[in-house]
Design a protein. Structure first.
Length: 446
């Protein structure tokens, strides 16, 4: 049996399945992490369970949330992140459906570090290029300046629905979900694509959470190991370079681009970053230089490894989280270091302000029936009265059942749970007409 055919087998932490790590993966892991770290990481993947964490929605506090926020439960690099010691039944928690929190892997919450940068550098137009299911887009919506607008993009049509749902539940009106291939942005900038969709020509900040080989999720999803191969790694690395080449011209001069993956190997991480620097002219933006020298000691305390190309690498078993790679890049300014205005003006005026104005028009009532998204807004101030539900009635509503409300106003009303909007209903007096979206309903028995 050849070297690349060898496999290492160890019972998983639950003892119910076998995790098989290919030797080529282990070789690439040593290349990225060094022998000592690689052993810790491989042992963690094969013998310990994945971490479980949630990220709170700061726009939907206060609320009575049962999850602990004790110091030892907090995700250290994200003030809104919290580790859970056991997995609750999220499906049957109305607060999840109200957008009070998002179930998210803790390492990827590292983008919390972007908050001060987005605000201090006046990032007004923001694009999350590969957004579904919405974990990082909901996070960006919480981090960005109040005057900013986020375009949350997903190219795969079948994933746009869940992205729409998660963004609506987060409750920020300054978000628009779109579906464009990265090449569409390049063609639009070059003029080869003639569209009139009122999207900004340039963005102040772009997040590329690139499709990758998924090595960092092996512990969370042992079944994904079977789909890994050296060929997949190189295919993903090439696709990531293509995506970055397609989107780079849509970044404003002086703007920022965050590149991330959930994988370990250097081909998709550091070697790609080196290519972005040499071929695209990207410049590294160092978080430790931006924050202070103390940030270096924090990285060490957290277990985050700084890579040779300036990325931040999260290794399971070393950090309290799964595999993740993050690097912040900047596009050189065209005018000697001052960030250029991100307002490409066409005939007719400022396309950015037009785009933001038109995107915000989406939150209106439809045909006399209130738009469901309005009920979920964190800053709800529409004319329809609110009515608080018990947990049992909230689950009936979320399951699209009909039930009777006591002393509720007749007509369209906004139903809430612990003060947070769930959606609208038409109270007929004897019963309600449940208006919760059919595709979002709870199907699980409770």
């Amino acid at each position: 049996m050849g070297k690349n055919k060898k496999r290492r087998e160890v019972l998983s932490a639950s003892g119910s399945s076998v995790i098989i790590l290919p030797d080529k993966f282990l070789e690439m892991l040593v290349d990225a992490a060094g022998e000592e770290r690689a052993k810790i990481v491989s042992d963690a993947i094969m013998t310990t369970p994945a971490e479980l964490s949630v990220r709170m929605n700061p726009a939907k506090r206060p609320f009575d949330l049962k999850y602990s926020f004790e110091a030892d439960k907090r995700v250290p690099w994200c003030e809104d992140g919290c580790y859970l010691s056991q997995r609750p039944d999220f499906t049957l928690d109305p607060l999840l459906h109200a957008g009070a929190y998002y179930v998210q892997e803790s390492s990827s919450m590292f983008i919390a570090m972007l908050g001060p940068i987005l605000k201090n550098f006046n990032s007004e137009t923001i694009l999350d290029l590969c957004a579904a299911p919405g974990g990082k887009s909901t996070h960006l919506a919480s981090l960005m300046p109040p005057s900013a607008f986020l375009y949350s993009n997903e190219v795969i049509k079948s994933r746009v629905g869940v992205l729409n749902e998660n963004m609506a539940k987060w409750g920020n009106s300054s978000v628009k979900v779109i579906s464009r291939d990265p090449s569409w942005f390049r063609e639009r900038i070059s003029g080869s694509s003639k569209t009139n969709d009122n999207l900004p020509d340039k963005f102040d900040f772009i997040l590329v959470d690139a499709p990758c080989s998924g090595e960092g999720m092996f512990r969370k999803d042992p079944g994904s190991v079977a789909g890994w191969s050296e060929e997949l790694v190189h295919m993903c690395a090439a696709r990531q370079r293509r995506i970055m080449s397609d989107i780079w011209d849509s970044l404003a001069y002086g703007g920022f681009l965050a590149y991330s993956t959930c994988t370990f190997n250097r081909y998709e991480n550091d070697l790609n970053v080196a290519w972005f620097k040499s071929e695209l002219g990207a410049q590294l933006f160092s978080l430790e230089e931006y924050y202070s020298d103390d940030f270096i000691s924090l990285l060490t305390e957290w277990g985050v490894v700084k890579s040779p190309e300036g990325g931040y690498q999260f290794f399971p078993g070393i950090v309290k989280g799964e595999g993740f790679y993050f690097v912040l890049l900047r596009k050189p300014a065209s005018n000697g270091g001052v960030k250029s205005a991100n307002r490409n003006v066409r005939a007719g005026g400022d396309t950015r302000s037009v785009a933001v104005r038109d995107a915000r028009k989406g939150l209106t009532k439809i045909g006399g029936i209130p738009d469901h998204n309005i009920a979920l807004l964190a800053n709800y101030d529409a004319q329809w009265p609110s009515y608080e539900l018990s947990r049992a009635d909230a689950l009936k509503y979320l399951s699209r059942q009909s039930f009777k409300l006591i002393d509720a106003p007749v007509g369209y009303i906004r139903l809430t749970y612990k003060g947070l909007g769930l959606g609208f209903a038409n109270n007929l007096g004897s019963r309600i007409n449940n208006l919760y979206p059919v595709n979002w309903r709870i199907r699980k028995q409770w």
